[in-house]
Design a protein around this ligand. Structure first.
Ligand code: FES
Length: 151
């Protein structure tokens, strides 16, 4: 299955990263065998594939929750009450940063600047930016993402 996803990207400029993104989009994460399969197809070592995977924070080795909630932990957001905001969201979902809920519906993870510093604190919920974020705004954004997934 992985080979089928990866093969179309072999020989293309930036093909490895595109292939890894395709695997993650299809499977939800990069399974252990990704290194071997991609290494064989691109004719590079597993270590090289592993290096690319570990360099980019968007690649994940484990399945994440249905909705990924990224909370900015960089300076501008911290200066605008980001620590308190993160703490409120963690408490609201009984999760710490980096954790996924037991029901696998939400993953909380830190991000270091979303380019939304002027609207700090900032978050990204299911790929959508949330400025001047609060725990209540994050909750609404999660509900919106869930509704859109259903429809
Ligand atoms: S520091 Fe948080 S969006 Fe830039």
């Amino acid at each position: 299955m992985l080979a089928k996803i990866i093969e179309p990207y072999v020989g293309r400029t930036g093909g490895l990263i595109s292939a890894l993104r395709a695997v993650q989009a299809e499977v939800g994460y990069l399974p252990e065998e990704t290194e071997a399969v991609a290494g064989d197809l691109f004719n590079i070592t597993r270590a090289e594939v592993k290096g690319v995977i570990s360099f980019y924070h968007d690649f994940t080795r484990e399945p994440k929750g249905e909705t990924v909630v990224r909370l900015c932990a960089a300076e501008a957001c911290q200066a605008a009450g980001g620590r308190q905001f993160v703490s409120e969201v963690e408490k609201q979902y009984a999760l710490k940063m980096g954790e996924t809920s037991a029901s696998k519906d939400i993953t909380l993870e830190p991000v270091y600047c979303l380019g939304l510093c002027s609207c700090a604190p900032a978050a990204m919920v299911g790929g959508r930016l949330v400025g001047m974020a609060s725990a209540a705004k994050v909750e609404k954004a999660i509900e919106r993402v869930k509704r859109e997934r259903v429809s």
